[in-house]
Design a protein around this ligand. Structure first.
Ligand code: SIN
Length: 516
């Protein structure tokens, strides 16, 4: 090995909790790390996370209890080894976040304040700024990354991975004007978040277009559990989609229908704190019974002062919409929130392709099974981001040098392999693609309830849109292509799983009784 190759060059795509943690750990392990992110560094799903981060840090809690809750929410489909790693490493990663200066909320005695969310057997959720946990974590991690001197390249989109005889040896990236260049590496860590924007109604920010997953699929990496989409039960049904944290129900708010009936208790003995798939589905069914009108979240018992102090961000959003949730129940409905699956990884973030790692929502670690436990997502980003970062730093195949800026490219059908003489082949097509139509199609045919006929229709439509994708000459077109690639994987997996389980409901599954 040459002296230059001794220090692994690691590219991390994405600057949320998983990407920043991966970068910090790869850097600590001696790698030469660069973070690439398609908007500004803090424009991430992490920055929007309200509810908090779950973890075993209180003396009355145990790793076994957290693991059991995670497994139960997952409909027992989670990988027990991944769950064990999540909960045990999780304690250390939360300590690390505290060390990095994350100001988690404290009670009047100065101890860490603990919150309860659905399907947790006891309160173990930490939050910051009331309902601004992700923003505080993002702030502290970005400060650590900058203090460590790790370079962050903003407004840099991932076009495709570069393969060299089956090994990922870098990536083609694009700037906002459509110029591309190839960056070589010993390891690439994909931490670009999820793909909620595939659905017309989602809690996810605009950046959540599945870029890392789509690039991995084009490169031939395995993906798993793509049919398992978590629909968050409660977003405001007035104005732009806005998440109303599960922590609001954890503090005692209840869901009622137009007659004032607490209908979720009919579906599950835990009522409002049942697993998310149960609550989201109960709301969707109740909405169908009331001609599509939203359910109501009644937080009036919590009082104006408490709501404003504990949930300042939500309080502002509610009041901006002309609602007073201290006085009246507010209209809510479900929206796509989280992708349980992703690029298949082992417990160290390694994918099926040498040189390629994934972490956070981009990865399919198996830790969430068929449904993620509330507030396990930030934890997953921290735990598996750290593991992927350290494993990537150990990658040791020789790095090339970075090639200069290239002219705008014609589209590619997939990842480039230098050994493939067709690597400059174009996909062709010019048709404009309407994301709104994709969002509606996925919501209607691959949303909270699915059936074989609807999924087949979605599959055909997605293929025809994919065939029409035009020249890859801007980041927006890259996102269009990524949304379609991820949608295709979601639909493919949903068609293959004909039995309902967890967040995946097949209404044509005769073996599972459908809720009334
Ligand atoms: C929420 O605050 O309800 C969302 C947190 C999560 O997705 O776990």
């Amino acid at each position: 090995m040459t002296a230059a190759a001794a220090r692994a060059r690691v590219l991390v795509f994405g600057s949320g909790i998983a990407g920043l943690t991966a970068a910090l750990h790869a850097n600590d392990a001696g790698a030469d790390v660069e973070i690439l992110t398609k908007e500004s560094a803090s424009d991430t799903a992490t920055s929007h996370a309200q509810g908090g981060i779950a973890g075993v840090i209180f003396p009355d809690d145990t790793h076994a209890a957290h693991a059991a809750d995670t497994m139960r929410a997952a409909a027992s489909l989670a990988d027990p080894d991944a769950v064990r790693v999540l909960v045990t490493d999780g304690t250390h990663r939360i300590a690390e976040l505290l060390d990095r200066g994350v100001a988690f909320d404290r009670d009047e005695t100065g101890h860490l304040a603990r919150g309860l969310e659905a399907a947790h057997s006891l309160p173990r959720i930490l939050h910051a700024g009331g309902d601004a946990t992700g923003a505080e974590i993002e702030r502290a991690l970005l400060a650590s990354v900058r203090a460590a001197g790790i370079e962050i390249r903003e407004r840099t989109s991932l076009v495709d991975l570069v393969l060299d005889e089956g090994v990922v040896s870098g990536a083609v990236v694009m700037d906002p004007s459509g110029r591309t260049r190839t960056v070589s590496s010993d390891a690439v860590v994909l931490a670009t978040g999820g793909a909620g924007r595939v659905f017309g109604q989602t809690t996810n920010p605009a950046v959540a277009t599945g870029d890392g997953i789509a690039a991995a699929v084009r490169a031939g990496a395995d993906v798993r559990d793509m049919e398992f989409i978590q629909f968050h039960p409660t977003v405001l049904a007035v104005g732009a989609t806005f998440l109303v944290s599960e922590a609001v129900r954890g503090e005692g708010a209840v869901l009622v229908d137009e007659t004032g009936h607490r209908f979720v208790r009919d579906a599950h003995p835990d009522g409002e704190l049942a697993p998310r798939d149960v609550v989201a589905r109960a709301i969707a069914e109740r909405m169908a019974r009331q001609d599509g009108r939203p359910a109501l979240l009644d937080a009036t018992n919590l009082g104006a002062r408490f709501l404003a102090r504990r949930f300042p961000t939500i309080d502002r959003a509610v009041r901006e919409r002309g609602l007073d949730w201290a006085r009246d129940p507010i209209p809510v409905r479900p929206a796509a929130h989280y992708l349980m699956g992703g690029v298949t990884t082992d417990l160290h973030g390694r994918t099926s392709l040498p040189g390629l790692f994934a972490a956070g929502e981009t990865a399919g670690t198996g830790v969430h099974g068929a449904n993620r436990l509330a507030s396990n997502s930030l934890l997953e980003g921290a735990v598996f981001g750290a593991r992927a970062g350290r494993a990537a730093a150990r990658a040791s195949h020789p790095a090339d040098t970075t090639t200069p800026i290239l002219a705008p490219q014609r589209p590619e059908t997939g990842a480039r392999d230098k050994s493939d003489k067709n690597w400059r082949r174009c996909a062709g097509g010019t048709g404009p693609f309407d994301r709104g139509e994709l969002g509606r199609l996925m919501w209607d045919r691959a949303g909270l309830a699915r059936d074989g006929a609807g999924l087949a229709e979605a599959a055909a439509q997605i293929e025809s849109w994919l065939a029409e994708i035009g020249a890859l000459d801007s980041p927006a077109v890259l996102e269009d292509r990524n949304l379609l690639v991820v949608a295709r994987e979601i639909v493919r997996a949903a068609r293959a799983r004909t039995a309902s389980v967890g967040a995946h409901l097949r209404t044509d599954d005769a073996r599972v009784a459908q809720p009334a």
